[in-house]
Design a protein. Structure first.
Lengths: 334, 255
């Protein structure tokens, strides 16, 4: 539980004031996209997919304190499973490829977890990076993972088949599909963070020795957290391939792992909305700055990072919610 | 019945013998105080009992069961609770979160994801009792780092007790407390349910003679003396360690 949640409970502002941000979020996520041009609907889908990817990172690093630089491996495992099933086996069912993708990513996390969790701290980070590289070079070098052969990655994938008669994908329909999955992911993250298991992860982040002494099998809890994070990452990877209809080894690279890390830090680590807020900030600032100043957009993104770290160290989500509470308290004092 | 038995237990760090062939047993319900000068191996003994360190040789029995190879959490599940020398409650979590973590630790619910952490009525009752007892229920939403040191210490002891331990290990519970707080601490230990076997590491004479039914003296990794407080007080070797050389006050004066 974070500080702002605690403060909100004791604060005097009426419930309507506290409900307003949620109304705003719903309006932006549900109502607004219908009025946007299709390329922005596409960006909205991308933002939600990265929000799900960031939830993965939030579970493993934000709550549990395992700083990973290899979440892209499970993102890629989910994505490549979908792509290979479509391109090599001609299976294009949304449900079949989607479930297979998530299962494969989760299994990959379950398989690598025991190796990774032999170490902790900086060594854990390096090892997750190494395993990420493994996935990268595997997809790079193996002809099986390149369709058409010779070109890196798998291109020209079909739209996933829903099995609903007469259904046609549009950019907006796909967005709402992603939104539904995002809502499910948010709900799961919420349940997790409120549950005894979720609290145990925060305890482990704060210090393992005490948790052991309290009777928690710290290794097992870390392992479960890692596998759950793998499931979220592969879910994001599956959606990513559905959206782009293309995947390449670079999607498993360290840059891809770095994105959710930056998003969680910017948005607010170990908070419910941090991953989504961070994903929105980075996806849209990156997009608009690259449109406005094509040559210098990394400069703008970098400035955002620095400002966020300087002035909103606990994340934009926490910063904004604190401001909102303070404003509410001030308004209703008079 | 024996709550705890150490059978020829030794601990070496490389060539350093921290504990050397310790054999002792503690009956169920006994209040034992473990004393000895710095470096005697008191905290190491605790680390071996609760499993934080593996023994180099020897065996450890808990209520008749050989627990020598069991990890820390498995021993905790069998009823060992421990407080640490330096306060170890989580400073960045709230008082309530600290308490609820302790409450779930020994139950299957520690893996639960379906219910909220505070949707367990029987645990909530327990948490409230423990925090009330420590006088911290009103401050349950406060971060632990914002509490006074004495309060943190009280919280730690209250939580250690909330786990319903069978064997309680208290490492210098009075460390860093004022004289008044120290008296409270002695009172807390003395009013523990008789069923709880308690081992206390202490330096403070008030604590040692305030709670001990039996005193074990460690000296450079060896078991020096073991007996009731009166015997230990009369023991010549113990007096030498704590009060300096006895049969030569004139020599001591010469320094």
């Amino acid at each position: 539980m974070n500080e702002s949640a605690k403060r909100a409970r004791t604060k005097a502002a009426p419930w309507a004031w506290r409900l307003l941000p949620i109304v705003f979020a719903v309006a932006v996520l549900v109502v607004m996209p219908g009025f946007l041009p299709s390329f922005l609907q596409h960006m909205m889908s991308k933002f939600l997919i990265f929000a799900i990817f960031s939830i993965s990172y939030n579970v493993v690093a934000g709550y549990t304190g395992l700083i990973s630089l290899g979440q892209a491996a499970y993102f890629g495992a989910g994505g490549y499973t979908v792509a290979v099933l479509m391109a090599r086996f001609g299976i294009d069912s949304l449900w079949l490829t989607g479930l297979a993708g998530v299962a494969m990513g989760t299994l990959a996390a379950a398989a690598f977890g025991p190796i990774l969790l032999r170490v902790s701290g900086m060594y854990f980070l390096i090892l997750t990076f190494a395993i990420g590289r493994l996935g990268y070079s595997l997809t790079w070098n193996t002809p099986f993972f390149n369709v058409p052969e010779g070109i890196q990655g798998i291109a020209g994938l079909p739209r996933p088949a829903t099995g609903i008669p007469g259904f046609q994908w549009t950019e907006l329909a796909f967005y709402f599909f992603v939104l539904l999955v995002f809502a499910l992911a948010m709900f799961l993250q919420y349940r997790l963070s409120r549950s005894p298991f979720g609290h145990s992860l925060e305890g482990i982040r704060e210090g393992e020795t005490r948790m052991e002494a309290l009777g928690y099998n710290v290794w097992l809890h870390k392992y479960l957290a890692f596998v759950i994070a793998g499931a979220f990452a592969s879910l994001a990877g599956v959606l990513y391939v559905f959206m782009n209809r293309f995947i390449e080894p670079a999607d498993l690279d360290i840059m891809r792992s770095f994105y959710p890390m930056a998003m969680v830090i910017i948005g607010g680590s170990a908070t419910l909305w941090g991953p989504a807020v961070g994903a929105a900030a980075i996806v849209f600032v990156e997009y608009f700055s690259s449109v406005l100043v094509p040559q210098r957009w990394p400069l703008i993104l970098g400035t955002l990072f620095v400002l966020a770290i300087m002035f909103a160290r606990r994340g934009l989500a926490v910063y904004a919610s604190d401001l909102w509470s303070k404003a509410g308290a001030k308004l209703w004092k008079r | 019945m024996e709550a705890l038995k150490l059978d020829h237990v030794s601990k070496r760090f490389g060539g350093l013998h921290v504990l050397d062939d310790i054999t002792l047993s503690v009956r169920e319900g006994e209040r034992v105080v473990l004393i000895g000068p710095n470096g005697a191996g008191k905290t190491t003994t605790f680390n071996l009992i609760n499993g934080q360190l593996p023994v180099s040789s020897g065996r450890i029995f808990l209520f008749g069961e050989d627990v020598t190879k069991l990890p820390v959490h498995a021993r905790a599940q069998r009823g060992i609770a421990r407080s640490f020398q330096i306060s170890s409650v989580y400073p960045n979590l709230t008082v309530f979160d600290n308490a609820i973590l302790t409450a779930h630790g020994l139950r299957r619910s520690r893996f639960g994801v379906l219910r909220s952490v505070d949707a367990y009525p029987e645990l909530m009752e327990k948490v409230q009792t423990a925090l009330d007892h420590a006088g911290l229920w009103e401050e349950r939403h406060e971060f632990v780092k914002n509490l006074a040191y004495g309060e943190q210490r009280r919280l730690e002891i209250a939580l250690t007790l909330a786990a319903d331990p069978k064997l309680l290990l208290l490492d210098e519970p009075s460390c860093g407390l004022t004289r008044g707080e120290c008296g409270d601490m002695i009172h807390v230990i003395n009013t523990l349910p008789r069923g709880i076997t308690t081992i206390v590491v202490a330096h403070d004479m008030d604590v040692i003679f305030g709670v001990a039914e039996r005193i074990i003296v460690l000296y450079y990794g060896k078991l020096l003396a073991d007996g009731d407080p009166a015997t230990i007080q009369a023991d010549r070797r113990v007096r030498e360690i704590y009060m300096g050389v006895e049969e030569g006050t004139e020599r001591a004066g010469a320094f």
